[in-house]
Design a protein around this ligand. Sequence first.
Ligand code: EPZ
Length: 417
Amino acid sequence: MDKIVIQGGHPLKGEVNISGAKNAALPILVSALLTGGWNTYTNVPDLQDIESIKLLLAHLGARVESDGHTVRIDAGGLCEPEAPYDLVRKMRASVLVLGPLVARLKKARVSLPGGCAIGARPINLHLKGLSLMGADIDIRHGYVEAEAPRLKGAEIYLDVASVTGTENLMMAAVLAEGETVLRNAAREPEVVALADVLSRMGADIHGAGSSVMRIRGVPSLKPVSAPIVPDRIEAGTFMVAAALTGGDVTVCGCVPGHLGAVIDKLRLSGAELAIRGSTIRVTRSAPIQSVDIKTLPYPGFPTDMQAQFMVLMAVAGGLSIISETIFENRFIHVSELRRMGADITVSGNAAMVKGTPFLSGAPVMASDLRASACLVLAGLIARGKTEVNRVYHLDRGYEAMEEKFARLGAVIERRPV
Ligand code: EPZ
C-alpha cells in the first residue's frame, strides 16, 4: 500500500506524453476472444486494470504475452466459459467477456460485478440485449449464466447509452446470425475505437460514434494488429492541472477532437489553449473564473473529468454548480476536498462550489480512480504538504502519474505506507 506526498505551490511546466486509453484497451483486449490467432495491440497503458483483464483472459484459455506497451493475445484455445468472482470483483469491466464468450463458446458464467464507490452500476441493459439476441439468461448464486446455440441479430434499445453495454452487445453481435441494431448506443471515442478494431478483424459495423449502430453478423473474424487510442481522460487531467497551477504544459500525443467539452470549459475558466495536431498547450495567467458543468454522455462533459474540474472550481473566483447526471454517488471526493478548505455544498446530484483563495495541504483518502486524481491535483496547489492515501485506486487508471507530474516540476513522490 503506497501513498503519494505532494508539496503544493509549484506551477507545472513542460511536456507530458499521454498513454493509451484504459477504457479503450479493456474492450479491445477482450475482443481477442472473438477469434483465434495472434492479435497484437500497441500503446497499451501499463495499469493495474490491464493486468487484471490479462489475468482473466488467460484464465479463460487465451495465450497472453506482454512486452512493455505491447500485448499479444491468441484465444484459439479459448475453453473456459466462467469468469470467477475473485477476478471480476477486482475490475467490473470484466463483464465485457460476457458477449464474446456466448458468441464463441455458446455459453458463459460471469460473476455479477456488483456496485462500486460511485454507484450501483447494474448490467441489466447488457442482459436485456443478450436476451433479445436469443440467449437464455439466469442469475444464480451471484453469477450471470447465459447460453445460446447461436445468437441472432435483434433490435435493441438501450434505456441508457451505456458504454460497456454498447461494447458488450457489439461484440456479441459481430458473429450473430443477421443484423443487430443498437439504438441509443454510446458514442464515446472508446466505443468507436473498439468498432474500428472489430471492423479490421472483418466485422460488418456501421454507425459507430452515432446513436444508432448496425452490426451484421459474419461467420468468423481474423486476428489484427492495432494501436490503442490515447487516453482523453488522462489528457484532460493534465490540462486541468496546468490551468490549476498557472503553469505552461503541452499535452502530447492526444486527440483534441475527443476533448471538445473539456477544452470549452477550460477556456471559459480563463485558461488559454493552443491546439496543434496531437498537442494541446495549456497556460493560465488570468484569475480562474467559476463555470457551471453538467456531466453528460459523450460528446457532453465527461463524468470521468468531474472530480478533477471540481478542484479548479474550488479555487475559482465565484460560485460554480456541478451537476453529475451519470452516476448517483460520484461526489465522494467532496468530503476530502472540504478537509483541505474547499467550500462545497452537495444537494442531490448537484454540488455548489464556492471558490476560496487557497486550499490547505492535509492527509486525504482516495475512494475511487478519478477521486484520487482529483486529490493529487488539489495537493499540487494546496499550501503545505498533502498525503494521498490508498493510491492503488490511482494505479488502476493512471500510468506513473507521480513521475509525469514530477517531470513537469511538481514536488511529488510515492512512499510506502
Ligand atoms: C464506462 O463505465 C467507463 N468504464 C467509466 O469509466 C465511465 O465513467 C462510464 O463508462 C461513463 O462514461 C469503462 O469504460 C471500463 P455506463 P460503464 O454503463 O460502461 C447505468 C473510469 O473512471 N447503467 O455507461 O460501467 C449506470 O448505472 C470509469 O475510467 C444501467 O442502468 O458506465 C450509470 O448510471 C468509471 N444499466 C450509467 O448507466 C446498465 O446495464 C452509465 O453507465 C448499464 C449502465
